[in-house]
Design a protein around this ligand. Structure first.
Ligand code: SF4
Length: 434
């Protein structure tokens, strides 16, 4: 197990490789894996592991980006999901998660994972719920074994990281009766488990069996991503009793994971107004002693539909600058529909910009190299370089040339009034008149 090796001071090849990729020292990476501040998203059972992008997530590393794909019960088109996977990887997502809930979920997962060259995540409670609904007539008859066996199946298939909603507890659900919340439970996994606990009057099976789950993850050395089942689904609910109570339980589980040498990260925080984003990151980091933080958004307004990828990127940039390590994208289809390929692309790009903006603050010059090169290229009016370094060069070139051929200097925006030409001309004139 990589965490155990790190605790014992053993430097495995992945640690050396990560140090090269991240331009940092292997000693720093080793120490942070040992104390749980960095995770390496990979499952030792993943086929062709050496061909999968090596992705470290956590303190001192570049902020990473995840794209969610997968079928729904109403739109089940594996070919489209394969194209979405391709688009997400082409646009440089660091990881993907398959959230499929429609069709043959096992076959879809196995097909997508076989095509993915980046770490691959899942949310196994979805499949346990669907199978119980199909085989037992209602998901409330789902047993603990049903849930645990789906987790084991995903681990055997080589899933590198998995959302485990172990932080939502029976006592939290009981309090929903008298502590008001506007948006209720907006996490699918959270809603499934809340309904199950309410009906069965029993503790969350993922919390109850957490030691067993740790044993399973030890075997595959995969990463647990503790799901935020009680995340706020409206900015007015941000940092209410439920979100914070779940985070306290999650922190307890992080400490149990570390004792068992299981790499673990924490998910959060949903809809959060801008003035609470930094506080949220600091709270998570403090209470978990620096566990990698995987943020969904955070989305900073409830009215940005169908531009929730922009709202989320605003929150994500601030979150990343404050210390969030891993950003889950939102797409323009958030709150509206399953995304299509184009929406996946827009989500990945918006989130990559947010990650980079955060890294400029967190890592200074290490992250700013390309920004400086673009600034110099702009000053020199070197359009080839400006376009080459753009986040989406093809689109940048197409827009630059949308009204026909461009002059060597400036563009169709200001023409001869281009600041780069004006200044040069005025300086020349003033020198001539001296
Ligand atoms: S013409 Fe205007 S927009 Fe275009 S490069 Fe010059 S200053 Fe920038």
């Amino acid at each position: 197990m990589i965490m155990k090796y790190a605790k014992d001071g053993l430097v495995v090849d992945e640690v050396k490789e990560l140090a090269k990729i991240e331009e940092t020292s292997y000693k720093k990476i080793l120490r942070r894996i040992a104390d749980g501040r960095i995770v390496v998203a990979r499952n030792v059972a993943r086929k062709d592991l050496s061909k999968i992008k090596l992705v470290g997530i956590g303190y001192g590393l570049r902020t990473k980006v995840n794209a969610n794909i997968g079928t729904s019960m109403l739109v089940n088109d594996l070919d489209m999901e394969k194209r979405k996977l391709e688009v997400a990887i082409q646009n440089e997502t660091d990881t993907v998660m398959d959230l499929s809930t429609g069709g043959d979920i096992d076959a879809i997962r196995r097909e997508l994972i076989s095509l993915s060259t980046v770490p691959f995540g899942t949310v196994p409670i979805y499949q346990a719920y669907i199978e119980a609904a199909e085989k037992k007539k209602s998901p409330i008859f789902m047993t603990e074994d049903d849930i645990l066996s789906v987790i084991e199946k995903h681990l055997k298939d080589g899933v590198d990281f998995m959302t485990i909603h172990a932080g939502i507890r029976y006592e939290h659900i009981m309090k929903l009766k008298y502590i008001q919340r506007i948006a209720g439970i907006v996490s699918r996994g959270g809603a499934i488990l809340a309904a199950w606990m309410y009906y069965n009057k029993a503790e969350n099976p993922l919390y109850k069996n957490y030691d067993y789950i740790l044993e399973m993850f030890q075997e595959y050395d995969a990463v647990i991503s503790l799901g935020d089942a009680l995340r706020p689904g409206a900015i007015v609910d941000a940092h209410d009793y439920f979100q914070v109570a779940e985070l306290v339980t999650i922190a307890e589980l992080v400490h149990r994971s570390r004792k068992a040498n299981v790499q673990t990260m924490v998910e959060g925080p949903g809809h959060v107004p801008l003035n609470e984003v930094i506080m949220d990151i600091k709270l998570q980091k403090r209470i978990t002693k620096g566990a990698p933080y995987y943020v969904l958004g955070p989305i900073v307004t409830d009215i940005s539909t169908p531009y929730d990828h922009i709202s989320a990127a605003i929150g994500a940039a601030l979150a990343a600058a404050a210390g969030a390590d891993f950003l889950c994208y939102l797409t323009p289809s958030e709150h509206l529909s399953l995304p299509n390929e184009e929406q996946v692309k827009l989500g990945v790009i918006a989130t990559r910009i947010a990650a980079h903006a955060g890294d400029i603050v967190k890592y200074g010059w290490k992250a700013k190299k390309n920004d400086l090169e673009v600034a110099i290229a702009r000053a020199r009016q070197d359009w080839n370089k400006i376009i080459e370094l753009a986040i989406e060069p093809k689109l940048a070139k197409a827009i630059h040339e949308q009204f026909g051929p461009q002059p060597d200097k400036g563009c169709t925006m200001c023409g001869p009034l281009c600041v780069y030409i004006l200044l040069e001309e005025l300086l020349k004139e003033s020198k001539g008149s001296e």
